[in-house]
Ligand binder design. Structure first.
Ligand code: PLP
Length: 298
């Protein structure tokens, strides 16, 4: 077949030709995109061994095995044939109840299953949060260094992002002065990743309280990516940002990918850690609901 041809000899100008630049640009700033660039830039004649810094694959490394209880629960669910149908778009009630109870253990208030939306890994939780908050002219504050999927997702949603630094001399704490300086009347949220990726830091209770007070002063919500919750290095215990939910509304994002070492199972959540109901009043909850309904319909 000729290039660009329709297979019958004639030249056709296909109207769908060309890359979607938005997707290509967003794809380049994901971890996998950067890794691909790195790997393709290696000198194939260099025989020195390479250390695969991007490795945490539980299938490649059998020492990373989830518990038999977790495996049995999946097998039982499959064999029961009770879960072969379409589930409610927000997720099955027993699963949302379990997540609400599990996260409430570390909070000074009780989450309800209605505060929990199930997602396809924490990745879809990020996608929902950033899609719901994107509106013309809005901006969001992201940590640097951080997890590049936030930048990719923000670009994809036409949501402007601005970076605040994490401070290496202060245990990678948030530069709160920078947050204050960057925010304006169009800022809708700031993101924290705790425990941190890529720095591995764990924010102290006192620091998280300051983050909450700063965000409250600015009138923005906090998106707290806790996908590494309870996987801590150093002496700071893990404190969920939701502890400060009565100071500032928090969207808590998480999944079973890391703590249970099953990233391929693709189960995550987005949780309204917001005992004062600000997210309900400001319609963030109903937008999340519409978003999961829309994704499910697709
Ligand atoms: C900070 C952070 N957020 C979100 C994710 C995505 O998590 P999941 O694999 O559950 O989609 C990752 C995965 O590496 C991550 O490091």
């Amino acid at each position: 077949m000729e290039n660009g041809g329709g297979g019958r000899g004639e030249e056709i100008k296909w109207r769908f030709e060309g890359e979607n630049e938005k997707i290509t640009t967003a794809g380049k700033i994901t971890i996998r995109g950067i890794l691909d660039i790195l790997m393709s830039s290696l000198d194939s004649n260099d025989v020195r061994p390479k250390i695969p810094l991007g490795h945490g694959d539980p299938s490649a490394f059998p020492s990373f095995r989830t518990s038999h209880d977790a495996e049995d629960a999946i097998v039982d669910a499959v064999r029961s044939a009770n879960f072969n149908s379409y589930s409610p778009t927000v997720g099955l009630l027993p699963a949302r109840r379990c997540i609400a109870e599990y996260l409430s253990r570390d909070l000074p208030y009780e989450l309800s299953p209605d505060d929990v939306f199930l997602t396809i890994g924490c990745t879809q939780a990020v996608e929902i949060a950033l899609t719901v908050l994107a509106r013309p002219g809005a901006n969001i504050l992201l940590p640097r260094p951080g997890f590049p999927y936030y930048e990719a997702r923000a670009s994809f949603n036409d949501l402007e992002y601005r970076h605040f630094d994490l401070l290496p001399d202060q245990g990678w704490e948030v530069d709160l002065d920078a947050v204050e300086a960057l925010a304006d009347e169009n800022t809708v949220a700031m993101v924290i990743i705790n425990p941190g990726n890529p720095c591995g830091n764990v924010f102290s209770y006192q620091h998280l309280k300051k983050v909450a007070e700063t965000a409250r002063r600015l009138g923005i919500l906090v998106i707290s990516d806790e996908v590494y919750a309870h996987l801590t290095f150093g002496s700071n215990p893990f404190v969920p940002m939701g502890v400060f939910g009565s100071i500032v509304p928090v969207l808590t994002l998480g999944s079973i990918s890391k703590r249970w070492i099953v990233p391929g199972w693709r189960l995550g959540w987005i949780v309204m850690s917001d005992p004062n109901g600000v997210l309900k009043k400001t319609k963030v909850v109903s937008s999340c609901f519409s978003m999961v309904v829309k994704v499910d319909a697709v």
